[in-house]
Design a protein around this ligand. Structure first.
Ligand SMILES: [Zn+2]
Length: 532
């Protein structure tokens, strides 16, 4: 009897120990319960629990009862893959704001840099610098064709020699070896605009052979937008690699509606086997420098001194003013100087946020298009500003958004909160799609919107272990309320964080919860196909 009693006691002791041990080492590090899972694939949402161990999604099931170190109750909320932004200028600001709070609060967990043909060359020390900063989201980059050309040839308007093309090929190869996901171009900008298509194709071939994609801010998004889409397709076709029209839009009232034709070109290309896709931000205004937007490319050749010389000579200044007036009337200016807004003027911050018509008045002139052109040239002379250009049509925006080959990319940066008057896309892109275009306007479904922000961009650049909620994949997760998610940043007051995202997880660690960023900085540098 005594022996039985003591073995019962021993059993009790053992099970108490088991309880203590299991309480000390929970099965999971994180458990997200009772949410509606939108897995990123485009499939319909389903109810389930999701458990994380380390940096990995360990289990997804209708119900998970095993203990976890931390539990998030997602009742009434959506559990989605963290969003992947293929077009960011995050190097503007990421070193000052390593949390990239403006992005994380939208549910973004991966930032891809190096768009528009512009990247540091070489990219290796740049990526090391970012890694040393210990940032919150993951970070990746493209290698920029414009930067490569600038390094080899300078900002000149001529064809490259065979020797120069060889050196450029070498720099693209090096960029890919250092971990780039492909080649970006900005054929609208100097020096990309001086590049013949055949030269871009030669560099695209290198990126393609190494598993990369081509992504392009096209040569023209206004009067020649169809030629530009055709060129982007041709570069993919002859370069032998996937090709993407980035931040697709139609600029200038005279060309609105042309997205019908641009999308048809994409469909036709895909039908004959060219892997062409699109990304887009959900705003009817673009943003770039005043000089890139409102001056012709020929005036920008050779760098700042050459530009100033052209502005000083009466004959070229007259020609320039006429051309700038045309660009205000027909293209980025949206037909009215008030459609041009200054974003950041380092030499006079009091101009930040003002409209070009108003600046023209401050400058002592009637706000006619011609006088506004004169004011724009004066701005360039003073050192230039970045600008916001209200010249895109809502109908084109929605048509492009509905297209199955369109994903979401912000074209934003990491602003220092409260400084200057940046385009609101940096604060609002992803939540604006979910609030305005899914919930309010029903332009696309919730599942499709999430796909355009997660699985689709992940697949595009070959991130096989992210972008979808599946067991065994990396735990990059956004939890949000589909009824309240919305953008608050406006063109007048851009420094307003997104609303409705409640938790953001990067590599298994919670980086945003309870309305604020946590101490965790789990973001990693993600490397492209040649370095992986
Ligand atoms: Zn761009």
């Amino acid at each position: 009897m005594r022996a039985i009693l003591s073995s019962v006691a021993a059993l009790a002791t053992v099970s108490a120990l088991v309880l203590i041990v299991s309480a000390q080492t929970p099965a999971y590090d994180l458990l997200i319960r009772n949410g509606r899972i939108v897995d990123g694939s485009g499939s319909a949402w389903y109810r389930g629990d999701l458990a994380v161990r380390g940096d990995t999604i360990a289990r997804i099931a209708p119900r998970i009862d095993a203990p976890a170190a931390r539990t998030i109750d997602a009742t009434g909320k959506i559990v989605a893959p963290g969003f992947i932004d293929l077009h960011t200028h995050a190097r503007r600001g990421i070193m000052d704001v390593p949390t990239a709070e403006n992005y994380v609060r939208q549910g973004v967990t991966t930032l891809v840099e190096g768009p528009d043909g512009s990247s540091p060359i070489p990219i290796k020390p740049f990526l090391e610098q970012v890694a040393n900063k210990h940032i919150s989201p993951n970070f990746a980059t493209f290698v920029g064709q414009g930067s490569v050309r600038e390094q080899v040839m300078g900002p000149v308007n001529r064809k490259a020699t065979p020797a120069e093309i060889d050196r450029m090929r070498g720099l693209v190869r090096q960029g890919m070896e250092d971990g780039a996901f492909g080649l970006s171009s900005g054929l609208f900008y100097v020096p990309g605009t001086f590049t013949p298509t055949a030269e871009v194709i030669e560099l695209a071939k290198v990126a393609g052979q190494m598993g990369g994609i081509y992504i392009s801010h096209m040569r023209d998004e206004a009067s020649h937008v169809l030629d530009s889409v055709q060129e982007t397709i041709e570069i993919g076709e002859k370069g032998g690699l996937p090709t993407q029209v980035t931040h697709h839009k139609i600029i200038g009232k005279a060309y609105w509606g042309k997205s019908v034709d641009t999308l048809r070109l994409i469909d036709e290309a895909r039908a004959r086997g060219v892997d062409a896709t699109i990304d887009q931000y959900p705003y009817t205004a673009s943003s770039t420098s005043i000089q890139a937007a409102l001056m012709p490319a020929w005036a920008l050749e050779g760098g700042r001194d050459a530009v100033l010389k052209r502005l000083q000579a009466a004959s070229s200044r007259n020609e320039l003013r006429n051309e700038t007036a045309r660009l205000i009337r027909e293209e980025r200016g949206g037909g009215d100087p008030q459609n041009v807004q200054l974003a950041r003027c380092p030499w006079d911050p009091s101009l930040d946020g003002k409209r070009l018509g108003d600046v023209t008045k401050i400058h002592g002139l009637e706000p006619t298009v011609e006088n506004a052109a004169e004011t724009a040239l004066w701005i360039v002379e003073r050192g230039g500003c970045s600008g916001i250009f209200h010249a895109i049509n809502e109908e084109d925006l929605q048509r492009i958004l509905r297209h199955p080959m369109t994903m979401i990319g912000s074209d934003g940066e990491v602003p220092i909160f409260g400084q200057a008057n940046p385009h609101p896309r940096s604060y609002g892109t992803f939540v604006r799609v979910l609030g305005r275009y899914v919930r309010e306007l029903k332009t696309i479904t919730l599942e499709d919107a999430v796909r355009k922000m997660s699985a689709f961009p992940a697949q595009r650049i070959g991130l096989a272990d992210r972008g979808v909620l599946r067991e065994g994949l990396k735990a990059d997760i956004a939890v949000f309320d589909p009824l309240t998610i919305r953008d608050r940043a406006t063109f007048e007051q851009p420094h307003q964080y997104a609303e409705g995202v409640s938790e953001v997880i990067v590599n298994g660690q919670v980086v945003f919860a309870n309305g604020k960023m946590t101490e965790a900085r789990p973001g990693r540098i993600l490397f492209g196909p040649s370095k992986r």
